[in-house]
Design a protein around this ligand. Structure first.
Ligand code: FES
Length: 217
């Protein structure tokens, strides 16, 4: 009896072990399936991430020979010509574009540029030397805390219009190399030399001066 009991017990525990093993196998099978699914999904994700990566060169600083394209508005992406720039402002916001690869260098916000056409007679000597037909370009990133400089308004300290950063009201005079005329900005906007060939604007050299904010916003 004891043996029978033992056998019964053994048989019962065998059955239990068997069903546990079955359950375990099933769980393992499911885990493997889920693992395979997750792996497939992750591979799909990483493919998507790779597909969404910025193209090479899109975060490089403006290079000599780059064209300039509208960075916003109805004409976004279109190459800017001198006829797109109204005399006396407002400025046009632009990205540099590699003419060989057609890559627009918009992956770094530090590459956004303000282009404006002013009366050459209004420009100081240094700014006039850099201008083409009164057209000049500057970094659109405020030197205070790095906000974009978005406004073209009458200055708080004069009767002329100036570039204004609305974050903390710094103002820059584009006629005088974008020097600071009001607000907490510690230095002028970096200037970008331009050239004009048959009406088309392009970059003539690297930024002159430091691009970006001096402190976090
Ligand atoms: S970030 Fe432009 S004034 Fe402060």
């Amino acid at each position: 009896m004891a043996n029978a009991s033992l056998n019964t017990t053994a048989s019962s525990s065998d059955n239990t072990a068997e069903s546990e093993a079955d359950a375990c196998t099933e769980q393992t099978r499911r885990a493997l399936l889920i693992g395979a699914l997750v792996t497939t999904t992750c591979l799909a994700c990483s493919t998507q991430v790779r597909a969404g990566d910025d193209p090479p060169g899109s975060d490089d600083r403006p290079q000599k020979g780059d064209l300039l394209v509208f960075s916003e508005g109805d004409q976004e992406g279109k190459v800017i010509t001198s006829s797109d720039l109204p005399a006396g402002g407002p400025p046009v916001h632009a990205w540099p574009k590699d003419p060989k690869t057609s890559v627009v260098r918009s992956a770094s916000r530090l590459n956004e540029i303000l282009i404006i056409r002013l009366d050459p007679a209004e420009l100081d000597e240094q700014t006039r030397a850099r201008a083409v037909d009164g057209i000049i370009a500057y970094s659109a990133i405020c030197s205070h805390a790095g906000c974009p400089v978005t406004a073209w308004v009458k200055s708080d300290v004069g009767d002329k219009e100036v570039f204004k950063c609305m974050c903390h009201n710094s103002e820059y005079d584009p006629r005088a190399g974008a020097q600071v005329v009001f607000g907490p900005a510690p230095r002028r906007l970096a200037a970008l030399p331009l050239t004009l060939t048959e009406g088309s604007l392009s970059v003539a050299g690297n930024f002159v001066g430091k691009v970006g904010g001096a402190q976090p916003g």
